[in-house]
Design a protein around this ligand. Structure first.
Ligand code: SF4
Length: 309
């Protein structure tokens, strides 16, 4: 067993809500891309630079976790894009987890562009070593929205990588961001997103709403980069109620499939959850009933969900 390090355990800054029970392993720090206009979350939380941790450091953390939770079964690798650390590092981390714990699940955030660079063969090798699920920021299926937001990926790239992941047997969890097309492009944003989901049928679709957080100079926190485009008039934020119309359109365009859709973030105005195979009609009904509420009730509910915070 490794010696206990003379430093505190290092953990990822952010994890998906669905990984709340997982043991968190920090492989990289921050986001190596860090250019998405709608994000900026790592700098906001004080992690503005990106770095890859040495295997020896990660291994020390794994030993600490082993002492604390020897029966842990589920693991999440962070920060934003741990696979950018390369297949050798990730492979060694995964091997060590399986060697030390009764592992059932190893999941990770992953950028589509990073997976594309790794290539089909490496993805298959990581699956064989035990990577079971990746959390991908799809954000939108609309090429123009992705370009404007500087996501650094196209629908074609998502299609290609998703095919490799499916062939390797790695589960895919897609994140979709309501409001990302602004008032200018919300219909195209939702229609193209539904088309891509219908085609690729990821295991999960997780819905969030665009969050435009302000800077906090006292705490030294930067604001959401997209506020610059809001201020210069090139992006008009969607209203809270507008995002419910977006969700309604998305659900209308989605087709029955094995995908599980969930609004598993508190910032959604309306939260629906269910399988696209069996619950699509019920989810559509729930969203329609919200939109049929008297205006005052809708307004009161939306007032709790401003898009600029
Ligand atoms: S959305 Fe993801 S890839 Fe884009 S800047 Fe944020 S953490 Fe990085």
């Amino acid at each position: 067993m490794s010696r206990k390090p003379n430093r505190p355990l290092e953990q990822p800054v952010i994890r998906p809500p669905s990984e709340w029970q997982s043991t968190l392993i920090r492989v990289t720090r921050g986001c190596n891309w860090n250019r998405c206009r709608f994000c900026g979350i790592y700098p906001h939380l004080g992690q503005s630079s990106f770095s890859i941790r040495r295997f020896e450091e990660i291994a020390e953390d794994i030993e600490i976790m082993r002492a604390r939770r020897p029966q842990a079964e589920d693991f999440f690798l962070g920060d934003a894009d741990p696979l950018h650390g390369g297949s050798e590092l990730i492979g060694r981390v995964i091997d060590m987890l399986y060697d030390r714990f009764p592992v059932k699940k190893v999941t990770s955030y992953a950028r589509v562009s990073t997976l594309r660079k790794l290539g089909r063969q490496t993805i298959a090798e990581l699956a064989a070593r035990g990577l079971t699920r990746v959390h991908l920021g799809l954000e939108s299926g609309d090429e123009e929205v992705l370009r404007f937001q500087r996501k650094g990926q196209s629908p074609a790239m998502v299609r290609e990588v998703s095919g490799w992941l499916a062939a390797a047997g790695i589960e895919q969890s897609f994140y979709v961001l309501l409001g990302l097309g602004g008032t200018e492009r919300w219909r195209e944003h939702m229609i193209a997103t539904a088309e891509l989901i219908n085609e690729l049928q990821p295991a999960f679709v997780r819905i969030r709403r665009l969050w435009l957080y302000e800077s906090d100079p006292v705490a030294g926190r930067s604001g959401c980069p997209l506020l610059q485009q809001v201020d210069d008039g090139s992006f008009t934020p969607q209203s809270a109620e507008g995002t419910v119309h977006e969700l309604a359109l998305l659900l209308e365009r989605l087709r029955p499939s094995p995908t599980y859709l969930t609004c598993d973030h508190a910032n959604n105005v309306v939260q629906v959850h269910g399988s696209l195979a069996s619950d699509l009609d019920e989810m559509r009904r729930e969203v329609r009933s919200f939109l049929a509420l008297p205006e005052e009730q809708r307004r009161a509910c939306c007032a709790e969900h401003r898009s600029r915070i």
